[in-house]
Structures are given as C-alpha cells and as structure tokens.
Design a protein around this ligand. Structure first.
Ligand code: FES
Ligand SMILES: [Fe+2]
Length: 367
C-alpha cells in the first residue's frame, strides 16, 4: 500500500556507511545475461556477487550455472568445453562435471573420483529474454523473478536493443541514480530532461517491498527524445516518470509525455528496464533495454529510426554520462579517510526509502 506521498526532507538511512550498505542479498534473483547473448557462445563466464560463474546450455535445452573454478587446481571451467552435450570438461587436466556440479569423470590413474571433486551450482531460469540465477542457499522462489513481461508482449518493432555495460561502482550507487531522476535535468539535459523538468512533483510510495518514485512536471516543453515520439504533439506537455525498484536491484520505469492534464498513459513513452547485478562490491553488470508504449505513428521508417535512436541515446546517456560520474563517486568514497555523511534533499526520498527496505532484507537474511 502506498503510505508515503509526502516529500519533506527524508529520514536518514539506518546505516553508518550511508551510501552503500555492505553485503549482498543472496536469496534473490540476479540477471546473469541476455539469452540471445549467452546462446551465441558455448560457455559464458560471469562474476555475480563475487562468485565466478560459468553459464551454458545442455543439448537437452537446460541452462546450467556452475562455479567457474575447477575443484582440482582452480582453473576456469569457462575455458574448457562441453562433452556429450551435458558435461563440462576442465581445460587443464580434463575432469568432467555434470549439470549439478559433481565430478563424473577423472581420466587419470585409477580414475577414482575424490568425493570433494565437485563445484557449486546455482538454480538458473530463462524468463523475459534473460537468464536469472538464484544466488542463495534457500530454495529458489521462481515467482520472485521480477516482472518484465512487457518485453514478451510488445511487438518487436517497439522494443529496443538488449544492451549491457559494466560499471566500476557498487550497484547501490546506480540504484541511487535511477531512483532519483532529478539528475536527468542536468546530466542528461536535452536528451532525457531539461531545465523545465527540474521542478517536478515527486512522490514516493511503497508496495510490499517495492519502492516507487514518481515525478510529474506539468505544462513543460517535451524533452528532446520524447518530442520525436510524437511529431504532432500538442505543444506543451506533461512529463511523467514512475520508477519501481524491486529488491535487490531490478528496476522498471514508465517514462513519457501526454497532453497537459491528460491521463499519462494516453500519451506516449517507454518502459525502461534496468537490471543491476553486482559483480562484486566495486563493479556492476548493468543490463538495460526499453519498450515503447502509445506509439503514435505507423510509419515503418520512422519507427525503425526511433528504435535505433532510443537505443543509441540511452546507451550514450548511461555509458557516457551516468557511468563516469558514478565511477568517480566510487573513487571518492574509496579514497575517503572517514565515513562520509551525505546531505539529503527532497529528491532523495526514493534512495532513502529503498535503502531502508534493502537493509531490512539484509539484516533478515544475515540473522
Ligand atoms: S585444474 Fe581442472 S582438472 Fe586440473
Ligand atoms: Fe541517468
């Protein structure tokens, strides 16, 4: 239930390292890769929550996530190859592992398999064009995979590139960035925001453990990219964004423009999906894509051009505008000789709220 529609100066997060709580939530789903990307290679190495993982698909069509570290001398299994369609052979001395991580073949000596010869395996599910790994020891809960069904339902023409960058920063700095979209008026001026959208109404709500941050600017010029979605839009518009954070680090945004005073979804815009997967405490896999709604033109050439433009602009915004600032923030935090205590503004309502939920979940898991 929504219970926080006011945006006075938010209360402080209950942590002594204010910007990033330490530790990871393990009993949760993290996106490990786009299916179309991982399917192009026999073996995909990926570090998740500090764990080296290798992903592969068996000849029977089952996705597997194994520890990417042989039990013998710790060679990366991702440099090996798949044998008989379902076993992973180490590149170094040839031990073979099955999909559950048990060593099932030792080519040496009397061929005895030591009982300790096994690697970890994690549940992995293919859903919404992505692979999701469950990193904790509790039984995996498939119903907790975040809802990105807009990816499955929209016409291909309305979707954009399934993209990825690696950011050299803690994932919580990126969540902070995405839950406080006031930065679009500055960091992404002319692309995703403009001076007129600074004075937006901000609302912070919580639904279960999801945190939603809404921004609404009325009677403003349509920011660059959104104006192109609607070539004959009615002059000034209302600009709206609603960002949903789903613990621990997946986010779904609705962002668009509509006629002044109109119902937002009568306008046009996109769903923007952001999946953040910590590689470790200081680097984050950032998967993203967008799906348009309220498409205002059937002109195929224009729609194809917009599809490319959205993908290119968003990649530029994240990789060339957001990432350099966030990575510099991380370096500043790393170099600080004391705990830094941030000044809080009204725009921090969302970051403060999600951190409170995240800290509750971390404490519950650790206890
Ligand atoms: S390191 Fe893998 S078999 Fe030796
Ligand atoms: Fe941004």
């Amino acid at each position: 239930m929504a219970d926080d529609s006011r945006t006075t100066v938010p209360e402080r997060p209950p942590v002594t390292q204010p910007l990033t709580a330490s530790g990871f939530l393990h009993n949760a789903w993290y996106m490990a890769g786009w299916v179309e990307d991982c399917a192009q290679r026999p073996l995909t190495p990926r570090t998740v929550l500090g764990e080296p993982i290798v992903l592969f698909k068996t000849a029977q069509g089952q996705w597997v996530a194994l520890e990417d570290r042989c039990a013998h001398r710790f060679a990366p299994l991702s440099r090996g190859h798949i044998v008989e369609g379902c076993k992973l052979q180490c590149p170094y001395h040839g031990l073979q592992y099955d999909a559950a991580g048990a060593c099932v073949f030792n080519p040496h000596g009397n061929r005895r398999i030591p009982p300790q010869a096994r690697v970890r395996s994690w549940p992995v599910v293919e859903k919404h064009k992505a692979l999701w790994v469950w990193m904790g020891g509790a039984p995996a809960r498939p119903d907790e995979i975040p809802d990105f069904s807009v990816l499955d339902e929209a016409p291909a023409l309305h979707g954009t590139r399934l993209d990825y960058i690696l950011i050299a920063a803690n994932y919580q700095l990126i969540v902070d960035n995405l839950l406080d979209l006031s930065h679009t008026s500055y960091l992404h001026e002319g692309i995703l925001g403009n001076a007129e959208t600074v004075q937006s109404q901000i609302k912070c709500d919580q639904e279960g453990r999801d945190v939603l941050v809404s921004r609404h600017a009325s009677n403003v010029a349509a920011p660059g990219m959104f104006a192109q979605f609607w070539p004959d839009h009615p002059g000034k518009v209302d600009k709206f964004t609603v960002m949903r954070w789903m613990a621990p680090s997946n986010m779904r945004l609705i962002s668009g423009i509509c006629a002044v005073g109109a119902e937002p979804m009568s306008g046009t815009g996109y769903y923007a999906l952001h999946m953040l997967t910590p590689a470790d405490q200081h680097s984050t896999h950032y998967f993203f894509t967008a799906v348009r709604f309220g498409v205002k033109t059937t002109d195929l050439a224009l729609n194809l051009a917009l599809q490319e433009k959205i993908a290119t602009m968003r990649r530029f915004a994240f990789a060339e505008q957001d990432a350099p600032v966030i990575e510099a923030q991380q370096r500043i935090l790393d170099q600080a000789d004391r705990t830094l205590d941030p000044v809080l503004l009204e725009i921090d309502a969302g970051p403060v709220r999600y951190k409170r939920v995240l800290n509750q979940l971390l404490r519950a898991e650790q206890s």
